[in-house]
Design a protein around this ligand. Structure first.
Ligand SMILES: C[S@@+](CC[C@H](N)C(=O)[O-])C[C@H]1O[C@@H](n2cnc3c(N)ncnc32)[C@H](O)[C@@H]1O
Ligand SMILES: [Zn+2]
Length: 492
């Protein structure tokens, strides 16, 4: 007989019936950009039901399986949910909590909520004063509301209860479900409608989370319009084809950048997304810079938390083109003023360029040092920094590791190293160095130490564990690794 250990106290039969048959919620909402996803069966924890169960009963079990992220309990139902994205949610919560600590207030709009896990975590972990969870997918309102009420109850907020949304706002949006105390509300709407309505009503949010699929960048401009000055925008792209240079015109349409296949394409993905928001922001007299950037191989997923500031001028210092030489492998940043007359110093010909030029992209640091330091302190104080594995290692594990095994401390340490503004864009793979040096591959940490000794900036990369970031040229790295090989005693 099927057992349902996931069934927990506090979930009413009617709630479960609605999850089982979301059509009974009967809310029709027309949206232009929407793709709802049914949860993959493989994601469901084994709770003692055989795979031979009829589809219907599997769905009920799935709906009732209680998940847990950093102590926040929630149901997934038929919503889109990926356990692997928990690190991205950890980082967002840390940034949100730092913001709340500094500004004394945190109003969050989670525009593409799925199960509502982010919204729930912003409530529980950041002690957000108010969280608005929205998703366009019919029938998710009850699930999200259930998860938010669990999260809201699980953590006693030290802050005062937020003012409920104004009467005018309330009647306009007709929240599908809302909390009596006014700490959260749920709507089923197109994200752009919600965001642009907030802008029209000057109802600005401190943190707006836009967790969209693929390269759907259509929400970025409206999210910028609805974020408060000094506030945060958390943007996502899962389009590895565009960042890998396989859909250059798609990247151009979505992020305004022409991308061709290049080394360090996964870092390019982050720079493409940030650059796309930089341009959208400039259009609105705003400037953004990354608080942190996070690449995750699963998907792949590119996430960036951006701080949004007012700016009358388009700040292009860190918004340029990136070129890699096909002969010598060196990277250079090409400023706007140098467009059309750039070449590599290795090339004798001035007519045929050996450069692959991509952009415009973000060419500044991937993270902000001060913000990452504060996030690290917050993570320590919450006990989130245990573990001993590097971020890049999880790609070699199958099935994906669980949330609690991930090493946030190491990730934050590497991010702190990467936020050094002296580092060049991109990274150099150790194999590239050994291919050119014809000596054995240098140990990453030894090479970084040698580069520091020579006065260069150098760090690990959270995007690629078998690589270094530095402001030293590839040619000089090759020389240094050859020197290191000569100095290494040959085993007898
Ligand atoms: C990647 S999932 C969100 C996952 C969730 N944020 C999490 O961390 O688990 C994207 C969500 O966007 C929703 N969606 C797609 N198009 C939308 C639109 N135009 N407006 C609002 N939501 C939309 C989908 O229903 C889906 O739940
Ligand atoms: Zn060259």
């Amino acid at each position: 007989m099927t057992t349902l250990p996931g069934l927990m106290a506090g979930v009413s039969v009617s709630f479960l019936q609605m999850l089982h048959n979301p059509g009974t919620l009967g809310r029709n909402c027309r949206v232009t950009h929407i793709s709802c996803s049914k949860q993959a069966a493989s994601d469901v924890q084994d709770i003692g039901i055989s795979q031979e169960q009829p589809e219907d009963s599997k769905h009920v079990v799935e709906a009732q399986t209680m998940r847990n992220e950093r102590g926040v309990k929630f149901l997934v139902g038929s919503s889109f949910y990926r356990e692997e994205s928990a690190v991205g949610r950890d980082l967002a919560c840390l940034a949100g909590a730092v913001y709340k600590k500094e500004k004394g207030r945190l109003h969050v709009l989670d525009a593409l909520s799925g199960s509502g896990i982010r919204a729930a975590r912003y409530l529980a972990h950041c002690e957000a004063d108010f969280v608005w969870a929205n998703d366009a997918c019919d029938g998710l309102d009850t699930l999200i509301a259930h998860n938010l009420s669990l999260a809201s109850a699980s953590v006693a907020s030290k802050s005062d209860v937020a003012e409920p949304p104004s009467q005018e706002l309330e009647s306009f949006f007709s929240p599908n479900v809302k909390d009596e105390s006014g700490r959260w509300q749920v709507t089923i709407q197109d994200a752009n409608k919600v965001l642009l309505d907030c802008y029209m009503r000057k109802n600005y949010f401190d943190l707006i989370d836009v967790d969209s699929f693929g390269s759907d960048s259509v929400f970025l401009g409206s999210a910028l319009s609805a974020v408060s000055y000094g506030g945060l925008l958390y943007a996502t792209s899962t389009d590895g084809f565009s960042s890998g240079g396989h859909r250059p015109y798609n990247a151009l349409a979505s992020y305004g950048a022409y991308i061709r296949p290049m080394v360090y394409s996964n870092e390019i993905g982050l720079r493409m997304l940030i650059g796309g928001v930089v341009r959208e922001a400039a259009l609105r007299n705003m400037h953004v810079y990354p608080v942190f950037s996070h690449y995750s191989f699963h998907g792949p997923v590119f996430r960036v938390m951006l701080r949004v500031l007012p700016s009358r001028v388009f700040q292009t210092k860190d918004y340029n083109f990136i070129a890699v030489c096909n002969n010598c492998g060196e990277t250079q940043v090409i400023k706007w003023s140098a467009l059309g007359h750039s070449s590599c110093s290795c090339s004798s010909s001035s007519t045929v360029s050996s450069l692959t030029v991509n952009g415009p992209l973000w060419t500044g640091p991937l993270h902000n040092i001060d913000d990452v330091k504060k996030m690290t302190e917050m993570a320590k104080s919450w006990g989130w920094t245990e573990g001993d594995r590097e971020p890049g290692e999880d790609r070699r594990r199958s099935p994906p590791v669980s949330t609690k095994d991930r090493n946030l401390k190491k990730l934050l340490d590497i991010m702190l190293e990467e936020s050094n503004p002296d580092l060049q864009v991109g990274y150099i793979e150790l194999d590239e160095i050994s291919t050119r040096s014809k000596v054995s591959t240098p140990r990453r940490d030894n090479l970084i130490a040698a580069l520091h000794q020579e006065g260069y900036a150098a760090s690990r990369s959270h995007v690629e564990s078998n690589a270094i970031k530095t402001n030293c040229s590839l040619g000089k790295c090759v020389e240094i690794s050859q020197l290191m090989a000569r100095q290494t005693p040959v085993p007898t």
